[in-house]
Design a protein around this ligand. Structure first.
Ligand SMILES: [Zn+2]
Length: 313
């Protein structure tokens, strides 16, 4: 797939993106988060809006406050509750006293947004678009830029630099397909994602992402026609990854595809494998997207890697 790259961003300052829109790239670069999480600052007649507080890094929160300067922040929007977007929220709220606007049903245990958004709700010119798949509580936000272009703040649902991880149970492949198909019905001019640079011609990217997943699904089915597979062995067969985090991300995506096929009655789950195949890596949660979800995540991933699936009879 043809993704976009960018050079190392200036750290600690807001970079202009479009008229009225700037971003601060958080200091959490990794194989999963690219150069870091994008925190957007949007200024218009309704005041200053901040979208995604970023990771739980006091320096990032400090950078946000410095970038805002004397300008009062009016509201905080959140695309989803993964740690690299949500983690800095508490510190930002204690500094500003502001409530957060986020999807009404949080996927983060113990967290409930003060202002609950449903699909189609509007806040000061931002319209929430419910787009589960990467995360169960994912929202994109539609916005009309000062220059008249139709912007979609696309979070981690669609990004310019990479495809998204879909990691069950928070991630759901059926929902992800549907949320991609939803974006194909829209006429946004540009996407501003949770990581990476501006995405021009966004529907071309959405079509590629969808066909990439459909192709992956066919290759998974082709493999299942020859034998039953554990998640770890199938991911190793289909993905050419050497980075241990990316290997785990591949396993998460394969499991998400298998769940989708299972829900469609095409695949069934079998007794799990008992040992990891020789040469497979010790399972470690990838940074950013998944790492900070919960302490139990790694052991869940380890047992998920051993789950086995075959074609339904
Ligand atoms: Zn992210």
């Amino acid at each position: 797939m043809a993704f976009f790259t960018e050079s190392e961003p200036p750290r600690g300052v807001a970079q202009p993106v479009l008229p009225g829109i700037s971003r601060i790239v958080a200091r959490n670069p990794s194989v999963m988060t690219y150069l870091g999480t994008n925190t957007y600052i949007i200024e218009d007649a309704s005041g200053v809006t901040l979208l995604d507080p970023g990771p739980p890094d006091p320096q990032h929160t400090q950078d946000i406050r410095a970038a805002l300067g004397e300008k009062p922040l009016r509201r905080i929007l959140l695309t989803h509750t993964h740690g690299d977007h949500w983690g800095g929220l508490a510190a930002l709220q204690s500094a500003t006293g502001l409530p957060v606007h986020a999807y009404q049903h949080s996927a983060k245990a113990g967290f409930t947004p003060e202002i609950k958004l449903a699909d189609g709700d509007e806040v000061a010119g931002f319209t929430a678009i419910f787009t589960p798949g990467h995360a169960a509580d994912h929202l994109c936000f539609q916005y009309l830029a000062a220059d008249g272009r139709k912007i979609l703040f696309s979070g981690d649902h669609v990004m310019s630099w990479s495809s998204s991880i879909v990691s069950p149970p928070d991630g759901n492949m059926q929902a992800y397909y549907r949320s991609l198909e939803l974006l194909l019905t829209r006429d946004d001019d540009l996407y501003l994602g949770g990581h990476g640079p501006v995405l021009p011609d966004p529907r071309a990217m959405v079509r590629q992402l969808l066909s990439h997943r459909q192709h992956r699904e066919r290759t998974i089915l082709d493999q299942l026609k020859t034998q039953d597979w554990s998640v770890v062995a199938l991911a190793a067969k289909l993905y050419d990854k050497t980075d241990p985090y990316l290997k785990v991300a591949a396993q998460r995506n394969v499991l998400a595809h298998l769940h989708k096929l299972e829900a469609e009655g095409i695949v069934r789950e079998l007794e799990p494998a008992t040992i990891l195949p020789p040469g497979s890596v010790e399972v470690t949660a990838p940074p950013g997207e998944v790492q900070s979800e919960s302490g139990g995540q790694v052991s869940v991933m380890r047992s998920d890697a051993l789950r086995r699936f075959g074609l339904a009879a």
